[in-house]
Design a protein around this ligand. Structure first.
Ligand code: GTR
Length: 408
């Protein structure tokens, strides 16, 4: 295998999946109490130990400051706020800047989406009043990112992926943070970003079972949730965590850890996200650890070309979110993310969702293109490639309306 890539369904090996409802000591789970008392904590620990690494709890100090507010944004439709979330631990400090758009006509408190972005808050909408990120980011001349810094040209370059007006018109807020505020996405041995705030004396990098970059991003999302709990404008029982690709993996891990996220949405999250590793279709554990050695914990490298030994697979990650609604979205041409593997993961998580008294995933067969399923586990596959399109957002808004019981 090594770094070869399989894109053929006929080459998917025969595989067996670990059973989310059988504990390590053989106990079978058939009720809610045992799930929450025994199996869920056990599974969460397996994911920590072998994949994403353990994350710390809240930092010693967390403070919030509104750095800008405009009640007349989007031609009066929305209020735009920027919030500095300042985290302190071990005498070190980290600041995450959150951008929020909240609908003006909607009665408060408001339900908001929270998602990390790839290229700075200013990239999600063309508005000169959004602060331009000063953080390190991957150089991309076409996106106006020069020598690892954003320039004025990078304003709004990602707006097609964040249809703000549409989200506002549907009565939801949108909140976002640049992932690089929490940990810049490159392998620097964990010297920058949030990790050093939590090093013990003489520690210079996370231990083999401690958080990598995805863990750090997920932790940052939890700190955003801490903020929402302090903002009366936000309905903190209706926060939807959403992410695309590496940030979709992150949304799932955040949602698995933190029950405060009411709905969890993974867009094209693929390997390390919703897709089953044991299918070895598209991106594999070897590929991801080779290209992104900093995303997961060190222990995860044991499973390069060794998927069968991993005590979990990704249907179990989805099941950790149960009984809360989770949505898995695939794209037809995004074979690197293994759409079928994403679907099957949703299907096998259904076992747990059913034990917890929900309708689970309302199908046995993978649906066709543009046939969304809106049961407690939601799923769609759309035409096109690896991206977040309006089609995806329309489904997420429908899904949120449906599960929050909102009829228009
Ligand atoms: C790819 C990576 C995927 C996915 C993607 C992205 O290069 O192999 O796992 O995360 O990046 O985040 O866009």
């Amino acid at each position: 295998m090594g770094l070869d890539v399989n894109f053929k369904e006929t080459n998917v090996p025969e595989y067996g999946l670990p059973d989310p409802l059988t504990c390590i000591d053989g106990t079978k789970i058939d009720d809610e109490r045992l799930w929450f008392e025994k199996r869920r904590p056990e599974l969460l620990e397996l994911f920590e130990q072998h994949m994403y690494g353990k994350m710390p709890g809240k930092p010693e100090k967390i403070s919030f400051k509104i750095t800008s507010i405009d009640k007349n944004a989007l031609k009066g439709k929305a209020t735009r706020k920027e919030i500095a979330i300042v985290l302190e631990n071990n005498h070190l400090e980290l600041q995450m800047d959150m951008l929020m758009y909240l609908p003006n006509v909607q009665p408060k408190p408001i339900s908001t989406f929270i998602g990390l972005n790839f290229f700075g808050n200013h990239s999600i909408y063309h508005d000169p009043n959004i602060s331009l990120s000063k953080q390190w980011m991957p150089t991309k001349i076409a996106l106006g990112i020069v020598k690892h810094r954003a320039t004025e040209k990078s304003r709004g370059v990602r707006s097609s992926k964040w249809p703000i007006e549409f989200i506002i018109d549907r009565g939801y807020g949108l909140s976002t943070i640049y992932c690089g505020d929490i940990d810049p996405d490159f392998d620097d041995g964990f010297q920058n970003g949030v990790h050093p705030l939590f090093y013990t004396k003489r520690q210079t990098k996370p231990a083999a079972d401690e958080w990598g970059t995805i863990g750090a991003w997920a932790w940052g999302l939890q700190r955003a949730m801490d903020y929402f709990e302090n903002d009366d404008d936000i309905d903190n029982r209706r926060v939807i965590v959403m992410g695309h690709s590496r940030l979709g993996k992150t949304a799932l891990w955040a949602g698995a850890n933190d029950p405060r996220f009411a709905i969890v949405i993974s867009n094209n999250s693929g390997c390390g996200g919703a897709a089953l590793y044991r299918r070895k279709f598209g991106e594999t554990i070897s590929h991801i650890n080779y290209q992104f050695p900093h995303w997961f914990c060190e222990h995860f490298k044991r499973y390069n070309d060794n998927e069968e030994q991993l005590p979990v697979d990704q249907h179990m990650l989805l099941s950790l979110i149960a009984p809360r609604p989770v949505y898995v979205a695939s794209a037809e041409k995004d074979l690197w993310s293994d759409p079928r593997g994403e679907f099957l993961s949703a299907k096998y998580a259904d076992l747990v969702y059913k034990v917890l008294g929900t309708d689970g995933l309302n199908t046995n067969e993978m649906p066709g293109i543009h046939q969304p399923i809106l049961s407690t586990i939601g799923y769609h596959i759309r035409e096109g490639g690896h991206d977040v399109l309006n089609y995806d957002w329309e489904r997420y808004l429908d899904f949120a309306d449906f599960h929050f019981g909102i009829t228009s």
